[in-house]
Design a binder for this molecule. Structure first.
Ligand SMILES: NC(=O)c1ccc[n+]([C@@H]2O[C@H](COP(=O)([O-])OP(=O)(O)OC[C@H]3O[C@@H](n4cnc5c(N)ncnc54)[C@H](O)[C@@H]3O)[C@@H](O)[C@H]2O)c1
Length: 376
């Protein structure tokens, strides 16, 4: 095979990834089919890719002989059913994060994947961002010693825009935003330290979003839209973010024990005004912290025999072109190289499973008074 023929499940939203595969520089992939229940998403895809086969039902594309691989970019609660069907059909799979919305669901996907012998990777594009790749290189170099503490603060500014105006805000679709939004950061903690979590305890609540507004209310029809700080009329995400059915937490924290004696914490708040992630890694020889707004990483290590004299280094991260800080074109290319050239993926199925397992265990803990939960 010298050109990978890809079918998309979900062509709106994250499904826009199709453009990187269809227009890959080396011409090694082409998007030949797309399934999406939304008329708007499907007709836009058909307009931009007129030669592609389009359908409402994902099952119509998985058995097509002109499709070698499938990318699942549908909402989280469909991932398990669709991934199992794709793997059973023997197609290679790019599966967006989170892998599934339960740990048992991830395990069913892993079992089917092992049985099917196809190639599979998870959409952990943060593993392809220059900022976090650099942080991993610094830790791997050993310059800050053996990692013992990790503190991650996730400021989900504009959280209402992306997480509380649509399906993301319901447990039945996501389980928890620790799993949905947090799956990336939990994975970063695992990837950069090289260790998985074995125990968590978590606290959280719904402090700002949700409320008494009707579930059917949209920003377009709302009489408070002109004074509501969260209003986004004319957007695909326009359900009222203060509606009754909202039941995921918007403010939460997890304490984690990782293998190798590492203590970590992850905090996520959806009603802060600013958007960035602040990571601190402390090792036996020094510490590293990133400053996303300044695109900077600072490393503090001992200059001589004393901790009082520090040798500070700063790394400035160059901006890269492409969505998600340039990560999306690279992860798409890696998927093609994984299937066509046998390249090992860095966003592995097991990593996908472990971040879901931590998110699920954390949701269980915080909804049961913060009791510790073991990760199996
Ligand atoms: N890796 C990343 O950076 C990243 C970024 C955004 C979203 N995501 C993931 O991508 C997935 C989609 O998120 P989104 O923000 O694009 O959501 P979205 O709601 O904006 O878009 C989802 C698309 O899937 C379609 N869809 C709905 N039900 C479907 C079904 N049963 N079968 C096929 N298509 C269906 C919708 O019509 C829509 O076009 C989620 O799992 C999310 O976690 C990943």
């Amino acid at each position: 095979m010298d050109k990978l023929r890809i079918g998309m499940i979900g062509v709106g939203g994250r499904g826009q990834l199709w453009k990187y595969w269809h227009k890959s520089e080396e011409g090694r992939s082409i998007v030949v089919a797309g399934a999406d229940p939304s008329d708007v998403a499907r007709s836009q895809f058909q307009f931009e890719n007129p030669a592609a086969f389009t359908t409402v039902d994902y099952r119509d594309i998985i058995d097509r002989s002109d499709v070698d691989a499938i990318a699942i970019c549908s909402p989280d609660n469909f991932h398990e059913e669709q991934a199992l069907a794709v793997l059973a059909a023997g197609k290679h799979l790019f599966l967006e994060k989170p892998m599934a919305i339960t740990t048992a669901g991830c395990d069913r996907i892993l079992n089917e994947w092992q049985r099917s012998q196809v190639r599979m990777m998870i959409g952990f594009n943060m593993r392809y961002m220059n900022m976090f790749r650099t942080m991993k290189e610094i830790v791997d170099s050993g310059v800050i010693g053996e990692i013992k503490a990790v503190w991650v603060r996730h400021f989900v500014g504009r959280g209402g825009d992306f997480y509380f105006h649509d399906w993301h805000a319901n447990r039945k679709n996501t389980t928890s935003l620790l799993l949905q939004k947090g799956s990336h950061d939990i994975d970063m903690i695992h990837w950069i330290t090289g260790e998985y979590t074995n125990r968590v305890a978590s606290f959280g609540s719904l402090d700002y979003f949700g409320g008494m507004r009707p579930n059917e209310l949209t920003c377009d029809e709302c009489d408070l839209a002109n004074i509501c700080t969260e209003a986004q009329p004319n957007s695909p995400r326009r359900q009222c973010s203060f509606r009754e059915e909202v039941d995921v937490e918007d403010n939460q924290m997890v304490i984690m024990q990782l293998n190798g004696g590492i203590q970590a914490s992850y905090m996520q708040c959806h009603f802060t005004p600013d958007y960035h992630r602040n990571y601190t890694f402390i090792g036996t020889e020094g510490r590293m912290e990133n400053f996303e707004p300044e695109m900077k990483i600072v490393v503090k290590t001992r200059k001589s025999g004393t901790m009082r004299e520090l040798a500070d280094r700063e790394y400035m991260i160059k901006p890269a072109s492409g969505t998600h800080d340039g990560a999306d074109p690279v992860i798409c290319n890696d998927f093609v190289e994984m299937v066509l050239d046998g390249k090992e993926p860095i966003a592995t199925p097991m990593a996908g499973r472990m971040s879901v397992a931590v998110g699920c265990a954390s949701a269980e803990s915080l909804r049961n008074g913060g009791m510790p939960v073991d990760i199996l």
